[in-house]
Design a protein around this ligand. Sequence first.
Ligand SMILES: C[S@@+](CC[C@H](N)C(=O)[O-])C[C@H]1O[C@@H](n2cnc3c(N)ncnc32)[C@H](O)[C@@H]1O
Length: 376
Amino acid sequence: MTTDPDLAQATTRRAALVQALADSGELTDPAWRTAFERVPRHVFVPYFYDHMGRRISADDADTRDAWFDAVHEDRALVTHRTGGAATSSSSQPSVMATMLEALRVEDGVGMKVLEIGTGTGYNAALLTHRLGNDSVVTVDTEPDLIAAARTRLTETGYEPNVVLADGAHGHPDLAPYDRIIATCRIDSVPPAWLRQLTDGTGSDAGQILAPLGNALVRIHRTGGPLQAEGCFLPGGAYFMPLRHGTVDGIPVRRPALPTGKARRTDVPASALADNAYRFLLSIVEPHLDWQYDLDDAGKPTAARVWSPDGTIAALHPDGTVTEAGPRSLWSRLEEAYRVFTEHDGPGPERYGLTVDHEAQRVWLDGPGGPCWSLRP
Ligand SMILES: C[S@@+](CC[C@H](N)C(=O)[O-])C[C@H]1O[C@@H](n2cnc3c(N)ncnc32)[C@H](O)[C@@H]1O
């Protein structure tokens, strides 16, 4: 097998990575530890693209060593590109471990898991190693990814249900699912996922774990099929978006810089580099793009922020802002900053999500706190 240059060496390198994940506290569950030790990531990631877009591959003598090192490091690796943009990756193993542990699966009870975003098939292999072939369903929209993942899964002895489908619709044919795990970012929870969750309101209720904005949210059913609630987990989670068409996820061209009158603002450039504030912005304005100017110490001094609707704001080093476009983007950022500072700069773990028939709301410090409606 071309991607298996030295099985013993790969096993040793994988064991070292697993030990590092355990030492850092990201991999604590012995059953997931065994899965990470056994499933060979290098088979699922036979090549990737570096930050210059160069292909680093097991089949290329010039890049083979770099490839072998990278697949055994705690790195996210871009594995698919469309029009110059990254459209699939093998996620960072530490993030995968965090998500799999947060999924709270139980062994030996026939739990069924739906994964949205098959990608390389590596995460599906980890799930299948632990839960068995019949318990895992994985979907992706990219036909070539699905075909390659199927081949690699078979090669490594795993046979979950691998389905070419738009994950926004889940996979009703094999529902209900005890767990749904998304490995791509959502802006709101697709109603199909809620409908395909296992019934129940107690500890047996179906659960969804997904990157929503820049963090992971875990919600469980609280009543009828469209009622669910849960909390965000600490720390960030930066995933590719769930695509609704071929162009989603490809960076939006920056609109022309605003030339209008500058006004003062209380939002400092440093806030834009604060992950906690950025999390709130990822909820309030999910599709922002950014550029910064940094000083010698690497601190932002100025920034441009824009949205796909053509709205742009430029924050200048003197603390003023200029704007252009169909609405005031900066006012949204200012309002979010006011809430953020009034509540002492909360991280994602202080937010939660409530879903019912009418709306999906992210709240801060409880369902009665400040809240933001998610757009479907
Ligand atoms: C970070 S990658 C997934 C990594 C994967 N779990 C693995 O172990 O390699 C995100 C994946 O989500 C997929 N994706 C994006 N939009 C999707 C959609 N609407 N339905 C299903 N998959 C989607 C992408 O094609 C991509 O493969």
